[in-house]
Design a protein around this ligand. Structure first.
Ligand code: HEM
Length: 415
């Protein structure tokens, strides 16, 4: 059967991406499909584990889209020029040598030992947030737990006052929407305005920080700037990126982990009975319901992949959600199980752009689930009819009400 052009912007994909991935992966490892860049004629999608690993690591592929041709990042109306200037300092959109320099500053600031110093505070934050929702007869896992927890963690690790958490959550949301596929017309201006607000806020905090060597990100980046490893502007723009990506992805990871556990009560029971660890629940969630579905590259030098000619400037999207369900890479790939010897996934991408927040994501995600598990075990979910985010890059439910069974509502079956 001839498959239609791959299109991740459909209701069918949103409802069951694994089924759509399976059909395309089964037919061929590489397909031409609809591009997230509105003016481009299409994009390559790669569905197979080995090829994704190859594309993410091959220097024929990069991230500086303006060095290619045929897509619309980097240009735009004058009103969004300040936004373009900030984005130009975001490590994820740069190639070496700028990427190498910025990446070394961020990797050091987010290294494992530093992340471990935040664990006790993250555990406390998770317990506090769980305490609040645990006392509510009905709560929305997304708005009442995952989003505020992710904002609180981000504020903590950047070194911002806890009273600013709500401001951070509200200001970061339009910026992270900019990073997703197919931005709607209002997204760029909203992100531009949020970036200006966030820049002013962080610049004030930067002035107030004495840069003393303690373990938060803002002083760490201030120290790097004073050593000449990056400019002040690059450091502040990088903090905006960390706040926006960190909050969105961490929140989505917690939402997806809770969703997976609620739909797999035996695994939730094992976790609540300490027969499985929250770390394992996070790792299996990253594989089974990947919060980031694609890692993008642009072709810098013409090359061939699986017999297709990839031209300079073509956009290539590595379908992480597909490779994580590839039966060639994982036994029972379509089953959510906490008893695997080893969880194999590529949810953090790979090569020089592999996620720099990986240690923080794992630690803060596990702490969130550790505190939430006993509450989940005691609740029933009210499954909404259109549960998933509209856009395709970041995958998570947008709302999930949890009730005490026998009270208030009757749970509906999942659609
Ligand atoms: C919670 C789960 C998370 C997931 C699933 C995730 C996933 C990803 C993926 C797929 C990439 C692109 C990799 C590539 O292109 O090969 C990426 C890059 C990145 N992530 Fe994450 N991420 C998460 C959390 C975080 C957090 C908490 C932060 C920051 C505090 C963060 C900061 C970044 C940055 C700055 C990059 C760009 C790195 C570069 O280009 O060198 N991420 N992440």
């Amino acid at each position: 059967m001839r498959l239609p052009r791959f299109d991740p912007f459909t209701d069918a994909f949103r409802a069951a991406p694994d089924a759509v991935y399976g059909a395309y992966r089964g037919a061929a490892p590489v397909h031409w499909g609809k591009s997230p860049a509105t003016r481009a004629r299409g994009a390559w999608y790669v569905f197979d584990s080995d090829l994704v690993r190859h594309v993410l690591r091959d220097p024929a592929f990069g991230r500086e889209t303006h060095r290619g041709k045929g897509n619309d990042k980097g240009s735009g109306p004058a009103a969004t020029l300040p936004l373009s200037l900030v984005i130009d300092n975001w490590v994820m959109f740069r190639d070496p040598p700028v990427h190498t320099r910025l990446r070394s500053v961020l990797s050091e600031a987010l290294r494992r030992e530093r992340v471990e110093t935040w664990r006790a505070d993250c555990r406390r934050l998770a317990r506090d947030h769980a305490g609040v929702v645990g006392a509510m007869p009905v709560f929305d896992l997304v708005a009442d737990y995952a989003v505020p927890y992710a904002a609180a963690v981000t504020g903590l690790v950047v070194g911002l006052p806890s009273t600013d958490s709500r401001f951070l959550a509200e200001t970061a949301a339009p910026i992270s929407r900019l990073l997703d596929f197919h931005p709607a017309p209002g997204v760029q201006p909203a992100a531009a305005s949020a970036v200006q607000t966030m820049t002013r806020y962080l610049a004030d905090r930067w002035e107030q920080s004495d840069g003393a060597a303690h373990y938060a990100l803002l002083p760490a980046l201030k120290a790097a700037a004073s050593e000449g490893r990056c400019s002040t502007r690059e450091a502040i723009d990088s903090l905006i990126l960390l706040v926006a990506t960190g909050q969105a992805t961490l929140g989505n990871l917690v939402i997806n982990a809770a969703g997976c556990l609620l739909t797999h009560p035996d695994e939730l029971a094992a976790l609540a009975a300490d027969q499985a660890t929250p770390e394992r629940a996070i790792e299996e969630t990253l594989r089974f319901e990947s919060p980031v579905q694609f890692a993008g590259r642009v072709v810098l030098n013409e090359t061939r992949v699986d017999g297709h000619r990839f031209n300079r400037g073509d956009l290539v999207l590595c379908a992480l959600g597909s490779v994580n369900r590839d039966p060639a890479a994982t036994d029972d790939a379509d089953v959510f199980r906490l008893d695997r010897d080893r969880v194999r996934h590529q949810s953090f991408g790979g090569g020089i752009h592999a996620c720099v927040g990986v240690n923080l994501a794992r630690m803060a995600g596990a702490e969130a689930i550790r505190a939430l598990a006993p509450i989940l075990a005691d609740r029933a979910a009210v499954w909404p009819r259109r549960p998933w985010r509209e856009l395709a890059l970041f995958r998570a439910r947008t709302r999930l009400d949890l009730i005490r069974p026998g009270r208030d509502h009757k749970p509906e079956p999942s659609t």
